[in-house]
Design a protein around this ligand. Structure first.
Ligand SMILES: C[S@@+](CC[C@H](N)C(=O)[O-])C[C@H]1O[C@@H](n2cnc3c(N)ncnc32)[C@H](O)[C@@H]1O
Length: 221
């Protein structure tokens, strides 16, 4: 009997946002665990697993073999360059910096209507969200996931018109988490540091003060 793959909480949260029956593409698949999970659970009949580098793609092929999975197509390409829009209605990009995600989405130039973007940035959440809201996309769902003492954000984005979220939501989360509290304390410390600096950057000072105020208001502190 073939072994069932088990995902860690971060990748599981990503996988749970792929709707049953979707044609999914996992961009930057690396080990290929997500496509294997989607196939084993019967979530998707066909998954494209892509990566910019041959080594990770080979690892993904090995995972499919190990778990006895078919229906995964492997593509060596940067971002969405080797994938046509009609081939995927759920696009997953996980475990990369927010900047890389923006550059992948930007250079794809797809019409995102009817697509579901499942994004798990490692950094730069505010930059990624700002890009989404500036390009006719919005966040339908945000899942904070804790794994090995680190908090990860998983976003489900779809097309829709909405104003740019308030600073607290952009930087610290749509809901109050331990992360928001930590960020608040960190910002307070950097504000104190700026106060002691000989020539503090006035724009940076104002931005930090505004974010602190907005966090208090947004989370009712
Ligand atoms: C840290 S791994 C994340 C693997 C998996 N998605 C996850 O979340 O566990 C990042 C992978 O993205 C790939 N990658 C980085 N930039 C990429 C790009 N522009 N297009 C496609 N793949 C990329 C890397 O080769 C690497 O295999």
């Amino acid at each position: 009997m073939t072994e069932l793959i088990r995902l860690t909480p971060r990748l599981l949260a990503v996988g749970e946002l792929v709707p049953p029956g979707a044609r999914a593409a996992d961009v930057g698949t690396d080990h290929g665990y997500l496509p294997v999970w989607l196939r084993q659970r019967g979530v998707c009949e066909h998954v494209i697993a892509s990566d910019i580098a041959p080594g990770p793609l080979e690892a993904a092929r090995a995972s499919a073999r190990r778990y006895g999975v078919t229906g995964v197509e492997f593509r060596l390409c940067p971002g969405l360059e080797g994938i046509r829009p009609r081939e995927a209605d759920a696009v997953v990009i996980a475990g990369m910096s927010g900047e890389t995600m923006v550059s992948i989405l930007e250079s794809a130039g797809w019409d995102w209507t009817g697509k579901r973007l499942i994004l798990q940035p490692m950094t730069k959440r505010a930059e990624l969200l700002t890009w989404l809201y500036g390009h006719g996309l919005l966040v339908r769902e945000e899942k904070p996931v804790s794994e090995r003492n680190r908090l990860y954000w998983v976003f489900l984005a779809e097309t829709g018109e909405a104003p740019l979220p308030r600073p607290a939501h952009l930087w610290a989360g749509f809901t109050e988490t331990a992360y928001a509290h930590r960020l608040y304390r960190q910002l307070e410390r950097s504000l104190a540091g700026m106060g002691k600096a000989r020539q503090p950057d006035p724009a940076e000072l104002r931005r930090t003060e505004e974010l602190l105020e907005d966090m208090k208001d947004a989370y009712g502190w």
